[in-house]
Design a protein around this ligand. Sequence first.
Ligand SMILES: [Fe+2]
Ligand SMILES: [Fe+2]
Length: 156
Amino acid sequence: MMWLTRLVDRILYRCWQFKQVLFPIIDPELWLEALDFAPANWRPHLKRLRRSERAHVLRVFAAIKVEADLENVDRQKLLLLALAHDIGKGVTRHSIFFKVAKVIFPISNSAHCLAGAKLLRRLKAEKWLIRMVLRHHCQSPTNPLLKRFQEVDDRL
Ligand SMILES: [Fe+2]
Ligand SMILES: [Fe+2]
C-alpha cells in the first residue's frame, strides 16, 4: 500500500501547488524583511515578480531562516540565494496559464535560471551566487549547499 500513500501524497501536493499559484499568500512583514535583507539593486527586480512567485520566495526564505544544523555563514548565503534564485522569473514573465500547466506537465523552466544569472551578473552580485542561481534546477549538484537548498526549494 506504500504506492497508494505516495500517490495520495503527490495528488495532495499538486492540489497545494495549485492553491499557491492561484491564491498566493504574502506576509507583508516578511516581505519587508526580505527586501531589507536583499542588496538595494535587487529590490526593483524582486518587486517585479508575480504574487505567486513572491509568495514562493518568501516560503523558501522563511524555511531557510529556521533550517536546522546550518552554520551561520551558510545560512546567510542560502537566505541570499532564497531571494535571488527565481529573480529571473521577472525577466521571463510566464502567464498564469503557463504556471498552472507547469504544475501538471513536465515543462522545462530552466530559462529563468539563465535570465536570473545574467541579471545578477549585471547587478554585480558575487560569483558563487550567480553560479548557484544558474544551477539551482540542475539534477545532481556537486555543491552540498546547493543540494541542501534544492531540498527546500522543491517542496515549497
Ligand atoms: Fe527556480
Ligand atoms: Fe524556487
